[in-house]
Design a protein around this ligand. Structure first.
Ligand code: F6R
Length: 363
């Protein structure tokens, strides 16, 4: 049932404040501002690395999580696309930890990677949305996302719920490893608790997205740029746009621009810059100025005043100011809306894009 929405995707985008809230309530003790995770199949204090694998959007959730685990828990993390991981014949130290992320819990390559890790004597933990799934069944520990059924083929609420669980897990890892004390834990938990409200604020006025769709729909190529945890969000934004509007889009780490992709920039190329005003903002802005100097059309997704960009910005999509820890959760919503409104404007089948299946159970 789509309720009052035109598409399941729109409904699922709008459900995010609620389902992220449910997922947070499941993994946090809101009374004490602490994480409250179930028993895990391994102790974060006694592992020296963790490997994460997944496909598509779930893989991008893992890329965000890498920044979190490394920064807040000082735990080195390897992230792999499951279809590559499974054939690499990587040697793993017995007793290590492997984490798999999947909405459906049935993705063939992710499941095969999980089985490979079991053979290598890894402790297997999974983050799944479908609890009665193969990946959940074959894991030593399961951390469910409480997103509810996701019908739209393009993943939206499953992604932000995956990020929610991974953020809670990263805090738990930091506590176990002694890198997060009670004060920092309370600060990070409070930041998470604010996420549903910030998401709702992004969703309050969608007219700038509807407006932007007019120009984006005419583009042949669209670039997305970001640094830090905004880099995986740039990748996710590009994937969403390709999937449902069929416009060619690529996400790049903003610092990579001058190593090649800048050759693509001219006045016909929209460049969507994911730039929360954090410690990396000035670096991203200088990349944005390089784009503007080549007449690329800048769409700034940020809480910053566009005047601080020091260059021509075609469109600003305003996002509330949030704690840098949670910015990928909040900035996921604008990139979903950009893709959604562009596809609606172009008249594509938003919920059932061509050539795609909701669950990829063959490799
Ligand atoms: C993108 C999308 C896909 C899935 C990928 C993994 O919008 O939906 O990229 O994220 O096929 O699927 P799951 O999470 O079910 O393993």
């Amino acid at each position: 049932d789509k309720g009052n929405f035109r598409h399941f995707m729109a409904k699922e985008i709008h459900e995010q404040p609620e389902v992220v809230g449910h997922t947070l309530a499941h993994y946090l003790d809101l009374a004490s501002n602490q994480v409250a995770l179930p028993d895990l199949p391994f102790d974060f204090a006694s592992i020296s690395r963790m490997s994460l694998s997944a496909c598509g959007t779930a893989y991008y959730a893992c890329l965000v999580a890498k920044y979190w685990f490394e920064r807040w828990a000082k735990l080195p993390v390897d992230v792999d696309i499951a279809s590559e991981f499974r054939y690499r014949e990587i040697a793993m130290d017995p007793g290590g930890a492997a984490l798999f992320v999947s909405q459906s819990g049935e993705t063939a390559d992710t499941l095969a990677s999980l089985r490979y890790c079991r053979e290598q004597d890894q402790h297997v933990l999974s983050v799944v949305n479908v609890r009665e799934s193969s990946i959940a069944r074959e894991s030593d520990g399961v951390l469910p996302t409480l997103g509810g059924p996701e019908i739209g083929v393009a993943s939206t609420k499953a992604f932000t719920c995956q990020l929610t669980v991974l953020a809670c897990l990263a805090i738990a890892a930091g506590k176990a490893r002694g890198t997060i004390g009670p004060e920092l834990e309370a600060e990070l938990v409070e930041a998470l608790v604010e996420v549903p409200r910030h998401m709702a604020e992004v969703l309050r006025d969608e007219s700038p997205y509807e407006e932007l769709a007019h120009s984006l729909s005419k583009a042949r190529d669209v670039l997305y740029l970001g640094r830090g945890t905004s880099y995986p969000i740039a990748l996710e934004g590009a994937l969403k746009l390709k999937e449902i509007s069929y416009i060619h889009a690529e996400g790049y780490a903003a610092g990579e621009l001058k190593h090649g992709p800048i050759a693509l920039i001219d006045e016909s190329v929209p460049v969507i810059v994911i730039a929360p005003r954090d410690e990396l903002f000035d670096k991203t802005v200088s990349n944005m100025q390089e784009v503007a100097a080549r007449e690329g059309k800048i769409v700034l997704v940020s809480d910053a005043d566009p005047a601080s960009a020091g260059c021509a910005v075609q469109t600003t999509l305003a996002v509330p100011t949030v704690h840098p820890f949670v910015s990928p959760l909040v900035y996921a919503v604008p990139v979903q809306l950009i893709a959604y409104y562009t596809a609606v404007f172009m008249g594509t089948d938003v919920d059932q894009p061509r050539n795609l299946a909701k669950s990829v159970t063959v490799e």
